[in-house]
Design a protein around this ligand. Structure first.
Ligand SMILES: Nc1ncnc2c1ncn2[C@@H]1O[C@H](COP(=O)(O)OP(=O)(O)O)[C@@H](O)[C@H]1O
Ligand SMILES: [Mg+2]
Length: 209
């Protein structure tokens, strides 16, 4: 089982305290909600969890059965949905998917690709032929979920995944998050949405300043 351990982590930027000291463990098979007001450090927490930011103090350790993962090894396990992920406007959604998966050495068979589009409820006609720049924000969010699913990662870092999604979209996220946890994926879910919070087995509440 995969775990992420925060040990006495204190985060600050330019001397300004954000949160901590925080000690917490996130586990494979569990959905952990990371909650708190705007600016409380939810997105920062996810970056620390993914070793995309070094803590100002304390340690963040990711372990599998075979021991601690290095930053490079961790990347093979990670998939993320964050506002920072941007698609190329003048590529079709399909080309964007192929590009981001290609960076990870992955490609999809036609059947697997169609299956993922079905799961995120995106019409193949749009994904195959429409420039991503013409997508609505909700469609782009669904495309981010599609890339996430295609990665087959065992750590999911989701930063407000339901943002910009309609009710059906939020239900899709809930379904996929629960299915992933049932497959032992470690899910960290930064959210302010009570519906998303209700999915979680554990909650890390960041107080805010
Ligand atoms: N790279 C950074 N440099 C300086 N300040 C940052 C940086 N990243 C985040 N912050 C600050 O840290 C605080 C927490 O940000 P964030 O993690 O985005 O909060 P949340 O996701 O809960 O809204 C904010 O005040 C933000 O301005
Ligand atoms: Mg945030």
């Amino acid at each position: 089982m995969i775990t992420i351990e925060f040990n006495e982590v204190k985060q600050s930027f330019y001397g300004r305290h954000i949160f901590g000291p925080l000690t917490a463990q996130l586990k494979g098979g569990q959905i952990t909600a990371v909650t708190g007001a705007n600016g409380s450090g939810k997105s920062t927490f996810l970056k620390l969890a993914g070793h995309l930011l070094r803590p100002a103090q304390g340690t963040v350790t990711v372990k599998t059965e075979s021991g601690e993962l290095t930053q490079a090894a961790l990347r093979q396990h990670l998939a993320m949905v964050t506002p920072e992920l941007r698609f190329y406007d003048r590529l079709t959604a399909r080309e964007n998917m192929a590009f981001f998966l290609g960076l990870r050495g992955l490609s999809l068979t036609e059947a697997a690709y169609r299956k993922i589009l079905d799961r995120v409820e995106l019409p193949a006609s749009a994904v195959d032929h429409v420039y991503t720049g013409e997508f609505s924000t909700g469609m782009r969010q669904r495309l981010k979920m599609a890339v996430l699913l295609a990665c087959q990662a065992d750590i999911w870092l989701l930063d407000e995944p339901g943002a910009n999604l309609d009710e059906a979209g939020r239900a899709m996220v809930a379904r996929e998050v629960q299915a992933a946890a049932a497959q032992n994926v470690l899910v960290a879910l930064a959210t302010n949405d009570p519906g998303e919070e209700a999915l979680a087995h554990a909650c890390i509440a960041l107080a805010g300043n």
